[in-house]
Design a protein around this ligand. Structure first.
Ligand code: GRF
Length: 208
């Protein structure tokens, strides 16, 4: 049984996709041990509560400095005794102490086809604004392992999505979520739960 902690900051639609995937058994041998948010108002916490999943808030605002917050965040994850940490719209920089403690055990969903439109400053609608400004015809989403860079870890799975005439950033974001994010994040979790993802020379190898 793969035990996962899901870290969130906002609406939690990717968390919901995981919850729904477990319920529908498209994700198997997996349980969500807990949800952690830096934002006490995150609707993702409501989704967790409604699903009977423990939710905790660990916010930088509640700690005297970043180092103390970082340790509190790691302690919260450690207390859940998980095999995998899933960043599902988590907008806080993951502390190096957590990456050291969970090597190739932290995954993130990013709303672009990395290496396009990623890195510092590329999050949420900003990603889709940049894609439309550049005039790309194909966007998509990426699930990758988290390393000490920003969106630089080994890519595990990607899914393309077509840009359509008249798209606004919000319309494009919704399509990328519906057609890519909510599909590949559950799929990667299920693959990891069944030992089908390995990292060789900083490249993720995924079995069918
Ligand atoms: C998603 O677009 C995800 O790609 C990005 O943050 C957003 C989170 O949305 N990392 P939600 O909280 O899962 O609805």
């Amino acid at each position: 049984m793969l035990r996962i902690a899901v870290l969130v900051s906002g609406g939690g639609t990717n968390l919901q996709a995981i919850i729904d995937g477990i319920a529908a058994e498209t994700i198997t041998d997996t349980e969500i041990a807990g949800v952690i948010s830096n934002n006490k108002n995150a609707y993702a916490l409501t989704r967790a509560k409604e699903a009977g999943i423990p939710g905790v808030v660990v916010s930088p605002k509640d700690y005297k400095d970043r180092e103390t917050f970082n340790q509190a965040l790691l302690d919260a994850v450690d207390s859940m005794h998980v095999d995998l940490i899933v960043l599902a719209g988590f907008l806080v920089v993951i502390p190096e102490i957590m990456i050291d403690a969970y090597p190739n055990k932290i995954i993130n969903i990013h709303p672009s086809l990395i290496p396009a439109f990623c890195g510092t400053g590329f999050y949420g609608l900003k990603v889709h604004e940049a894609a439309l400004a550049r005039g790309v015809k194909v966007v998509g989403a990426t699930v990758h392992f988290v390393d000490k860079g920003t969106d630089t870890g080994p890519i595990i799975m990607q899914k393309p999505v077509e840009v359509k005439n008249g798209d606004t950033p919000a319309i494009l974001q919704k399509r990328v979520m519906e057609q890519a994010e909510w599909m590949i994040l559950p799929a990667v979790i299920d693959k990891i739960a069944h030992g089908k993802v390995t990292v060789i020379n900083k490249t993720a190898v995924v079995e069918d």
